[in-house]
Design a protein around this ligand. Structure first.
Ligand code: KG4
Ligand code: ZN
Length: 334
């Protein structure tokens, strides 16, 4: 069978990325231009600055990716683009670049949901096996998604308020860690002990999550301790917070695996990099005898490799858009 080369483009937040993936599994070349150093000074991503950086970077990133792959646009079968969700100004830059290339080179344009990309980051490790549960944990999403075949997604539940990554970043900020704080908090947690009493949120029968209560509990705790003139043990607070956050995820994953006869689990999104979550998921999946996959660190945070991988299956599923395709800041995964 002829090989299929997909060019993926991702610009939903603060990474400008292009990648070429063969047959949905083989990474040929990837280029990522990160803006972390620019946004760090503001303590978070500034949307207006992010879009301007994407404008500056997008053509350079695309050219570099093709050069690295030693391919030309003629070799590309289709262009996969993150159409949403994300920052609208950022999304539009990638989308316009994708549309322009699709128009000039007469290539099919494949719209990819950002979360489908995060799930398919696992396909670069090992081809997805079904029935599958995707544990989606990122800066914008916390969801349990069931898949019975390629590119068919059923959302079982999601967060009722904050996403887990967002909660990590806010808690990190409260204890003065530099943006992006999630990974720094994870490192601190490894050094600490669970000594602070924090709630495990939403212990109910649903597949939903809630992180705003846990976030407020940490903020209140830090505030009260500081008012009393007590020093916060940051390592112990990080360990206590991580224990509650991970337990909130694990309890719902356990329920979903048991209720839905799941045999394969993948972790998807930036928080898939979290050591505490990886360890707890490994233990759970080993106890329940299900197969667990999570992406290497380079595929956990935003990249176009995962978009190109997902794009291959979206293309096979006939999901081709015309040039009226628009970006969406919010959209359900379907
Ligand atoms: O998937 P992603 O790159 O962006 C979205 O699609 O939202 O995820 C970014 C999120 C940030 O909130 C970041 O702090 C968090 O992932 N993150 C982590 C870790 N590494 C990244 N959170 C906890 N532990 C980590 N090791
Ligand atoms: Zn992401």
């Amino acid at each position: 069978m002829k090989d299929t080369y997909i060019l993926g483009i991702e610009s939903s937040c603060d990474e400008t990325s292009a990648s070429i993936v063969k047959n949905g599994t083989d990474e040929i070349a990837t280029v990522i231009s990160s803006q972390i150093d620019i946004h760090k000074d503001y303590g978070g991503v500034v949307p207006e600055i992010a879009s301007r950086q994407h404008v500056k970077n997008i053509t350079i990133v695309l050219e570099e990716c093709l050069t690295k792959a030693n391919l030309t646009m003629e070799d590309i079968d289709a262009i996969a683009i993150t159409y949403g969700p994300g920052l609208i100004g950022s999304l539009l830059i990638g989308l316009e670049a994708a549309k322009t290339l699709a128009f000039i080179y007469k290539k099919p344009l494949i719209p990819v949901h950002h979360i489908a990309g995060h799930i398919y980051a696992n396909n670069l490790v090992k081809e997805l096996q079904f029935p599958l549960l995707a544990v989606v944990v990122s800066g914008g999403h916390t969801e349990l998604v069931e898949m019975t075949e390629h590119y068919k997604f059923t959302k079982l539940g999601g967060t009722l308020d904050d996403a887990i990554g967002e909660c990590y970043d806010k808690v990190a900020r409260v204890i003065d860690l530099e943006y992006p704080g999630g990974s720094k908090l994870d490192k601190l947690a490894k050094l600490g002990k669970k000594t602070y009493k924090l709630p495990v949120p939403l212990k109910d029968d649903s597949y939903n999550f809630s992180f705003s209560g846990l976030k407020s509990a940490v903020i209140n705790l830090v505030h009260n301790e500081r008012q009393r003139g007590n020093e916060i043990n940051k390592e112990d607070l990080a360990a206590s917070f991580q224990s509650s956050a991970v337990e909130a995820i694990i309890s719902k994953v356990r329920k979903a695996i048991q209720d839905r006869n799941i045999k394969n689990v993948v972790i998807a999104g930036g928080v898939a990099a979290n050591n505490g979550l990886r360890e707890a998921m490994e233990q759970l999946c080993s106890d329940l005898n299900v197969d667990l996959t999570y992406p290497p660190l380079k595929y956990c945070t935003d990249n176009a490799t995962m978009i190109a991988a997902a794009g291959f299956y979206a293309y096979k599923d006939g999901r081709i858009a015309d040039l009226r395709l628009n970006s969406k800041s919010q959209d359900e995964l379907m």
